[in-house]
Design a protein around this ligand. Structure first.
Ligand code: THU
Length: 141
């Protein structure tokens, strides 16, 4: 992927949604992160019978990517095929994404290709006063 092809990234997120483990909410979510090296790392929501232990698709993608040695991302796509309208990342995921992505990074989310929202992490998570601290930690171990 040379340029940031958000539509392509969105398709990867849609495919990842099919792996969602969501027996309780029946709400599948897929995420696709575009790493700085051009690779795409996907994630899906993984629910638990103790509901609070559920992990969102976005954070599942971030944890997978970081454990593969990738710490910097150019864009993220989130697919929610079970919703009629676009569902954006939750507050916790916005903060976790801000650890590894700039505010200018594009975010695309939606239930379908035709009806989606294209925005940036900075719009979703403004006044990120601790971003510099996050950048320092992301660079170090
Ligand atoms: N969910 C995500 O994976 N990402 C979001 O951005 C919103 C919510 C999941 C959590 C839970 O498994 C299901 O969607 C319903 O909230």
């Amino acid at each position: 992927m040379k340029e940031i092809d958000l539509e392509e990234l969105f398709l990867e997120a849609r495919k990842a949604a099919d792996f969602a483990y969501a027996p309780y909410s029946k709400f599948r979510v897929g995420a696709a992160l575009l790493a700085d090296d051009g690779t795409v790392i996907t994630g899906c929501n993984v629910e638990n019978r103790s509901f609070g232990l559920t992990i969102c698709a976005e954070r599942s993608a971030v944890v997978k990517a970081v454990s593969l040695g990738k710490r910097s991302f150019k864009a993220i796509a989130v697919s929610t095929p079970d919703s009629n309208s676009p569902v954006g990342p939750c507050g916790a995921c916005r903060q976790v994404l801000s650890e590894f992505m700039d505010g200018t990074a594009p975010v695309i989310f939606g239930g379908s290709e035709s009806e989606n929202v294209k925005t940036t992490l900075g719009i979703l998570y403004p006044f990120d006063s601790l971003h510099e601290l996050g950048t320092v930690s992301a660079g170090a171990n």
